[in-house]
Design a protein around this ligand. Structure first.
Ligand code: TXA
Ligand code: MG
Length: 339
């Protein structure tokens, strides 16, 4: 299949919306990462997304909408908890898992009786959703298991020839995927951490007398030998091998000066035996920069055929640091040296 690479013009946004409305697949930028969009209510179109990404079919999609009104087509009731989160965080990088209405195809939700919904803030994304006239199912626009795409070129690398078109927009501002929160119970539960942190959520729901919980699966440093079927986080996507660079990756955790020393030492040791080494190290408290750059750096190292990536751990007491570390640990297959 020939993939159209579309500049961002008003006509091309129309064209992208038209392709999606007719059951095709288009990748487009959002504020978090690039998404691969299909009509969420068209099971054939959504089926093509799984095929293009090589994605396991039990891993449900996030459905993207442009107006709060559209939520009524997807879920039976907008609860006070949902209202509070919508008021504070939409449009933006927050996904809510809500009860689903029967009209949503099973293939979109991986057979679950809930649906994940997000209203992106990115202008292009919102225009495409509006003009297509349908809610858009959009997972990250990468081959399953690869780092999420934060630049149009990343999408071209992974999906050229497999989808109808790519809208070639700017680099994504946030750089990691949205925070996913289950709001089907009494308390909001974070299933995937993101730039909207548990503290941010807590502030928004405090007036309702609610606390924020974290899915215990977020704290399981899953060793390589635990199989997918024995690991059951509530967001099915959190269990798969993810964000894997081609290189071996090791995280070094500890006090910053010592981490730097250890990275230098390991680098010299590896280079002495002819290995090409890449380093990912963010200065203290540069959490947003880390989120913005992390996936792009992984892809950069792949491009340069690096053999070993040495990464400095981030402080997980910070909510954004915690979110980036969640990705970093998966990329490294939980390989950590504590010093
Ligand atoms: O920022 C984002 O969320 C990006 C952009 C494109 O919007 N999208 C994205 O989609 O990251 P994806 O498919 O790569 O990740 C969706 C995550 C997966 O971990 C999936 O298992 C989880 O959301 N999820 C989707 N529906 C769910 C549901 N009903 N219950 C629990 N988890 C769900
Ligand atoms: Mg993804």
């Amino acid at each position: 299949m020939e993939t159209k690479l579309l500049d961002v013009t008003d006509e091309n946004i129309d064209l992208a919306a038209e392709i999606i409305a007719q059951g095709g697949l288009v990748a487009f930028p959002t504020e978090t990462v690039y998404g691969l969009g299909a009509d969420a209510l068209n099971s054939q179109a959504v089926g093509k997304v799984y095929a293009a990404k090589g994605r396991p079919s039990d891993n449900p999609m996030i459905v993207h909408i442009a107006e709060t009104e559209e939520l009524k087509r997807l879920t039976p009731e907008i609860t006070p908890l949902m209202e509070a989160l919508i008021r504070e965080f939409w449009p933006g990088p927050l996904t809510m898992v809500v009860d689903k209405l029967p009209g949503i195809p099973d293939v979109t939700t991986g057979g679950l009786d809930t649906v994940a919904v997000r209203m992106p803030s990115d202008d292009i994304a919102r225009k495409i959703i509006r003009r297509s006239g349908c809610p858009i199912a959009a997972p990250s626009a990468n081959i399953s298991g690869r780092p999420s795409p934060t630049k149009a070129q990343h999408v071209v690398e992974d999906l050229q020839g497999r989808i109808d078109a790519i809208l070639m927009g700017q680099d994504c501002q946030v750089g990691i995927e949205s925070t996913v929160v289950d709001v089907t119970g009494d308390f909001p539960v974070v299933l995937r951490p993101g730039i909207i942190t548990p503290k941010d959520l807590e502030k928004a729901v405090d007036k309702l007398g609610k606390k924020v919980e974290l899915d215990p699966a977020l704290f399981v440093n899953r060793p390589r030998d635990v199989s997918d079927k024995d690991f059951k986080p509530k967001a099915p996507g959190m269990k798969y091998k993810h964000y894997a660079p081609k290189a071996e990756m090791i995280i070094i955790s500890g006090e910053m000066d010592r981490v730097k020393e250890e990275i230098d030492r390991l680098k010299a040791e590896s280079e002495a035996i002819g290995r090409k080494v890449g380093i990912i190290l963010f200065e203290d408290n540069q959490f947003r920069e880390a989120a913005h750059d992390f996936f792009a750096e992984l892809r950069d190292f792949d491009e340069r055929a690096v053999d070993l990536i040495l990464a400095g751990a981030l402080d997980t007491n910070d909510g954004v640091g915690f979110a980036v570390m969640n990705r970093m640990l998966k990329s490294a297959g939980y390989s950590v040296i504590n010093i």
